[in-house]
Design a protein around this ligand. Structure first.
Ligand code: NAP
Length: 344
């Protein structure tokens, strides 16, 4: 796809986010079985569903995409159905309900809970570890790509280039600990039943309606100071992240294969803010001191297997700055990427 200079409305945004790569289209020709996306109701679900459907169409094969969530927001379900995604409403904490789900060959697991953990830690542990237990016991004969997070790594020096998949995990705070719990539970059942698994450790997807660039850009646009305590971050265009999630299906192994999914840069907050401020014609102000530790992952392994992301950092900065200038809709879901005490 030739990328547009600017993105001016949500229809265009969803089209760009839902574009499959030639590599994914090729994979769909080889992949056996249908695809089920568990936890499709969130910020990334519709993009992932659209990429899957469009890759299947482009490949000229016949394959169902089924999305499962509670559908707390009924509009999401309507939108998914319009795309051609079948939907099943299910609370994945409910063992009986999960037992009735069809056993589909390819599972993308996106369920998670982050915000609101501080003060309600029990629910976060239940969603992030009990749901994996129930799901892993039901889909023993499937291949499963499990969405995880770079938060399972410790904070590292901003000059380090980020943690690699072979580095030790050391999660900070209960949210991150429960995410490692999710990985361990799936990993246990993968070893027990031989279920092929990929652990997909994502660091910050970029949509124009939410994401780290949206959070920084919005501060600049509203002339509020940009905090520097977490001075570097990783980011990847959500469309690229979704393509890579589906490509992971062919890399599932037992024991699990692990991938860091993000862009190639450790991005300085100052750099991102200065570029967006320039585009917006605003003067950026900063608060706090440049932190020397941050949550950073190294994406060399995913780049080797899936190629570099198709949308560059420069392009994401330009699109985000213009989106904010146009008054584009936001989801009102801040990433809290500037949290450095592990409490969400
Ligand atoms: N977006 C990012 O930049 C990012 C970065 C790192 C990691 N991740 C991880 O990647 C995954 C997908 O990201 P996301 O941003 O789309 O997450 P999200 O917005 O939190 O969406 C997850 C969805 O899972 C569904 N869900 C939660 N509990 C459920 C239950 N008991 N039964 C059925 N469905 C349930 C919810 O939809 P309903 O309310 O409709 O059920 C929820 O919207 C998450 O696990 C997230 O932690 C995302």
């Amino acid at each position: 796809m030739i990328l547009p200079e600017l993105i001016s409305n949500e229809e265009q945004l969803d089209e760009v986010l839902g574009t499959p790569s030639p590599q994914l289209t090729e994979m769909m020709r080889r992949l056996d079985g249908d695809i089920m996306i568990l936890g499709i109701g969130g910020k990334m679900g519709a993009s992932l569903g659209a990429v899957a459907i469009n890759a299947i169409k482009a490949a000229g094969v016949s394959k169902k995409v089924i999305g499962v969530a509670r559908f707390s927001d009924p509009d999401t379900r309507k939108k998914l159905n319009q795309l051609g995604i079948e939907t099943i409403s299910c609370d994945l904490l409910d063992r009986q309900a999960v037992a009735e789900l069809p056993r589909i060959k390819n599972i993308i697991f996106m369920v998670g809970r982050k915000f609101g953990t501080d003060g309600n830690e029990e629910l976060t542990w239940a969603i992030n570890t009990l749901v994996p237990h129930i799901v892993a016991e039901h889909f023993t004969a499937s291949r499963i790509v499990v969405f995880s997070t770079g938060n399972v790594y410790p904070l590292v020096p901003v000059t380090s280039g980020g943690c690699s998949e072979t580095d030790s995990t050391n999660p900070l705070g209960e949210y991150a600990q429960s995410c490692l719990g999710r990985e361990r539970i799936f990993g246990h059942f993968s070893k027990l039943y031989g279920t092929p698994l990929c652990l997909y450790r994502l660091n910050y997807a970029i949509d124009l309606r939410y994401g780290v660039l949206y959070d920084i850009g919005r501060k600049i646009w509203e002339e509020k100071p940009v905090d520097l305590s977490v001075s570097h971050f990783n980011a990847i265009w959500q469309g690229d992240a979704c393509n890579q999630a589906l490509l992971c299906l062919e890399y599932c192994t037992s024991p699990a294969n692990v991938f860091n999914i993000t862009g190639p840069e450790s991005i300085p907050v100052r750099y991102a803010a200065d570029i967006m401020a320039q585009i917006m014609g605003k003067k950026v102000t900063y608060s706090g001191n440049d932190g020397s530790y941050a949550l950073l992952a190294n994406s060399a392994k995913s780049a080797k297997h899936f190629g570099y992301p198709t949308v560059s950092l420069q392009q994401m900065l330009t699109w985000t700055a213009h989106w904010l200038m146009l008054g584009g809709r936001g989801l009102n879901k801040p990433t809290h990427f500037d949290t450095n005490n592990g409490r969400f």
